[in-house]
Design a protein around this ligand. Structure first.
Ligand code: GDP
Ligand code: MG
Length: 354
């Protein structure tokens, strides 16, 4: 999974990228980094097993060097944006006279609507270009598939002209497939991240409402989260045992990175499952609704091929019982077959032959 970070200059994109990936972002080129997604459940499993290796799930992120309205309209220099599975739109909510804002004032809802609009305009340009081509070809020859595409493009054009994103359109799986190659920007799942100042940290839940965007993130395939990049940057520089106290000082229960990771998973329809033992405690990423044999395949293709069954227990039940041996003794390890639908938070032990 790959997500591209977008937004106006000086809103905190690079700060967020650095905290998530631990990388310094370059100024000129798009910077790609792997974010380790924090997960308190995995931390607790590791505290029980004391494994040699502790491996969180990851998400690939791209920090775009420069995204302008012109580049969106002309479609140049936005390959990384098109290639992303999702977009993360960072919005400036913090006031800081020492950090200039492109528009002069801080107004996250204005910025949000502007980028939403730019994505729609970018797609409209593409749709019109393709529609012209297809219409011309249809005049030369009758072709059922092309006619189908033309009809779909007309519908998309109408959607975009009414300033609605493509992600809000209901498409059949066949139509979905037809559009995939275009990598339309307003069709991608979109996570809005409001970067607020420290003075708002105590009531993050109310931040969207205060910004006039109580409904942000409720539309299909969108999500919303509030972070304070400045606090996150300070947490990142603290030893783990001080971080919790630091957060509490702001009235926060968990770091913004955890909330961000959770929101990204929900947006993309992903869940986590775990493998836990003395060797390694690890979080893995899986599409919601996947089967046990798919989960095995995520770990290793051989495990899927030679899958016999999986021993499954919820992470918190395993913790409460104090380990796998105790869980087995009490008969709490469930034996599941290939078709078992893996649940978020399951700990799996795949039994395999061969
Ligand atoms: N006061 C304050 N400053 C921030 C915050 N987040 C980022 N900044 C500052 O804003 C400036 C621009 O941040 P940067 O991450 O480079 O923004 P980008 O242009 O969107 O990549 C930097 O000087 C950051 O230190 C924040 O939450 N509060
Ligand atoms: Mg930047």
């Amino acid at each position: 999974m790959k997500a591209a970070i977008v937004g106006l200059p000086q809103v905190g994109k690079t700060t967020l990228f650095q905290m998530l990936t631990g990388l310094e972002a370059g100024r000129r080129e798009d910077t790609v980094g792997i974010a380790k997604l924090p997960d308190a459940r995995l931390d607790q499993l590791s505290a029980l097993f004391h494994p040699r290796k502790h491996t969180p799930a990851t998400l690939e992120l791209v920090d775009l060097a420069a995204l302008t309205e012109a580049s969106l309209r002309e479609g140049t220099g936005i390959a990384a944006l098109r290639a992303g599975d999702a977009l993360i739109h960072v919005l400036r909510g913090f006031q800081d006279p020492s950090v200039p804002h492109e528009a002069g004032t801080v107004d996250p809802m204005r910025d949000l609507q502007r980028l939403d609009f730019d994505l729609i305009i970018s797609d409209l340009g593409q749709v019109e270009k393709r529609l012209e081509r297809v219409t011309k070809d249809l005049k030369k020859q009758r072709n059922a598939l092309l006619a189908e595409e033309a009809a779909l493009l007309e519908r998309m054009k109408a959607q975009l002209e009414s300033e609605q994103p493509l992600r809000a359109m209901a498409l059949t799986p066949a139509e979905e497939k037809l559009t995939r190659g275009f990598q339309f920007l307003s069709q991608k799942p979109l996570l809005y991240v409001l970067n607020v100042g420290e003075e708002e940290a105590a009531d993050m839940d109310g931040a969207w409402r205060r910004a006039g965007g109580a409904a942000v993130g409720t539309a299909p395939q969108t999500g919303a989260v509030v972070v304070c990049a400045k606090i996150e940057a300070e947490i990142a520089s603290l030893p783990a045992e001080d971080a919790a106290a630091f957060l509490q000082g702001y009235g926060l229960k968990e770091s913004g990175l955890i909330r961000l990771a959770r929101a990204a998973y929900a947006l993309l329809g992903l869940i986590s499952f775990f493998t836990a033992g003395e060797d390694e405690c690890r979080a893995w990423t899986l599409t919601q609704g996947s089967r046990a044999v798919d989960a095995a395949g995520v770990i290793h293709s051989d495990l899927a091929k030679h899958f016999i069954r999986a021993e499954v227990i919820r992470w918190d039940e395993l913790l409460a019982l104090g380990g796998e041996a105790a869980a087995r003794e009490k008969g709490r390890l469930r034996l599941e077959g290939k078709d078992y639908i893996v649940q978020d938070g399951d700990v799996l032990h795949v039994r395999h032959g061969g």
